[in-house]
Write a protein that binds this ligand. Structure first.
Ligand SMILES: Cc1ncc(COP(=O)(O)O)c(C=O)c1O
Length: 482
């Protein structure tokens, strides 16, 4: 077990991490200044450390978790790519970082222009007519998008009750549909890993408000029948929703708007230059086709007579979905990323992401079952089912990878692949990294077959060993135990 002490255990009475000049006015105690009900009954137990001790404590902690900046992170569907640091510098420019959201429009023209331009760029990248930057996560974008679809149908007097979701979908899709009040009906995948057109036809009727789809889908495969799918959904008066979590595969190559999608969300924190994970700020802009523009959240940024303005004049809006105008800092990083790369650069990103995934897939299919053995897009899904004969599961392989210094791929998703391992290498990794990872995976498979104990008890080199994951999430032990 980890020998690191908690900050409370390191505390020594009298150690302080600040120094202030000697007070030169009459000192008052807290109960002379603050209302009584705001004062704590007893002393607050805060740790006491010197500045150096605090810095060492947190620096030490920061080295104990795995991040994109410390190593390869092929967590499928999450696009854990290296984020260039210049974006961080730009986000810290004080004119941006210190801008208060209540500043008058006249004094924040630069920030409004930036958001206006980003709306235009994302509309072009996705092929949509208008974009809102307000939602702050992918799932939040989904919620906003399905609320827009709901408003669209209600405005037409339609009382549709169903949303279709493929069996390969990310869990947030059915959860979102259900939160907005829809019944969720599942559409099966076919033997090629794509939406089964017959299953779709069976599920389609006048009650269907929308089909939610990821393209490429969560198996990393491009839905080749997308134009027919769009036509079928539109024929019954339904709309097509694009979960844009996988946009890293298609930038500058194909656009959801051209595929027939009516509403789109993007994850700027995956595809467009913001570090992702750890619950940090994200951005899930939503794009719509013309017939849904009137329902978009307010305010949107518009340009009028050469001035940038926040427009609240949208009588049929679904309302606000977030305070102010979303996560400005994340939108700023995306703007910087898009400007730095340009159209050709973004296309190159997607081409390299797809190339890396196909290279790694070819190397790994020698060691694992590849259920859908076709050219993949930016990610692919392996199955570890054959290792069950040796008493080893996908979870054991994931834990074993930690000993090689890699973050494991996504495991047990999508649900339709037994013992799934979903690998997304991203465009920012070198051939050397991919080869090393493939070698490690191959070695783990060999170890599993010959001496499975080593894999079953992994990890051995990390700060903590194998945890009961459910208990670790629900009852985290945050105090030090010898
Ligand atoms: C396919 C897919 N859809 C939606 C989401 C939700 O995005 P977020 O985590 O930003 O809410 C994810 C997240 O990983 C995803 O992979």
């Amino acid at each position: 077990m980890n020998s690191a002490k908690t900050i409370f255990e390191k505390s020594k009475p009298g150690h302080i991490a600040y120094s202030l000049p000697k007070i030169d006015v009459e000192a008052k105690s807290a109960d002379e200044i603050l209302p009584k009900h705001l004062l704590a009954d007893s002393d607050v137990n805060l740790p006491e450390l010197s500045e150096g001790e605090v810095v060492r404590h947190f620096t030490e902690l920061s080295t104990k978790s795995h991040g994109v900046d410390s190593g390869f992170y092929p967590l499928g569907s999450c696009t854990m790519k290296y984020n260039v640091k210049v974006n961080e510098d730009i986000a810290q420019i004080s004119n941006f970082a210190n801008l208060h959201p209540h500043m008058p429009e006249g004094a924040s023209q630069g920030a409004l222009e930036l958001q206006y331009n980003l709306q235009q760029q994302l509309a072009e990248i996705t092929g949509m007519d208008a974009i809102t930057l307000q939602p702050v996560a992918g799932a939040h974008g989904e919620l906003t998008g399905i609320m827009l679809i709901d408003a669209y149908h209600k405005n037409k007097g339609n009382n549709k009750k169903t949303i279709l979701v493929p069996d390969s979908a990310h869990g947030t899709n059915p959860a979102t549909a259900s939160m907005v009040g829809y019944d969720v009906v599942q559409v099966s995948s076919n033997e090629r890993g794509l939406v089964d057109i017959n299953s779709l036809k069976e599920a389609l009727n006048d009650d269907v408000a929308a089909l939610m789809l990821t393209n490429p889908n969560t198996l990393g495969l491009f839905e080749e029948d997308i134009l027919e799918i769009a036509e079928l959904v539109h024929e019954v008066g339904g709309l097509l929703y694009y979960d844009g979590a996988n946009t890293n595969a298609i930038m500058g190559i194909s656009r959801p708007g051209d595929m027939g999608f009516d509403v789109v969300h993007l994850n700027l924190h995956k595809t467009f230059g913001t570090p992702h994970g750890g619950g940090g700020p994200g951005s899930g802009p939503v794009g719509v086709k013309e017939e849904l523009v009137e329902f978009m959240p307010t305010p949107t940024v518009i340009k009028e007579n050469g001035q940038f303005k926040l427009d609240y004049n949208r009588p049929k809006t679904i309302g606000k979905v977030h305070s102010f105008y979303g996560n400005f800092g994340v939108n700023l990083r995306a703007y910087s990323y898009i400007l730095a790369l340009g159209g050709e650069g973004l296309k190159q990103v997607s081409e390299d992401a797809v190339l890396n995934a196909n290279y790694l897939m070819e190397r790994l299919k020698k060691h694992f079952t590849l259920p859908f053995d076709r050219v993949c897009m930016h990610e692919f899904v392996l199955s570890g089912k054959d290792l069950k004969d040796y008493g080893v599961k996908t979870l054991d392989i994931a834990k074993g990878l930690l000993d090689y210094g890699y973050h494991p791929p996504t495991v047990y998703f999508p649900l339709i692949v037994e013992e799934a391992l979903m690998v997304e290498p991203t465009e920012t990794e070198s051939k050397q990294t991919l080869d090393n990872f493939a070698d490690a995976m191959g070695e783990l498979v060999e170890i599993s077959k010959n001496n499975n104990e080593q894999v079953l008890t992994a990890p051995h080199t990390t700060v903590v060993g194998r945890l009961d994951e459910a208990s670790a999430a629900r009852k985290p032990v945050v105090v030090h135990e010898e």
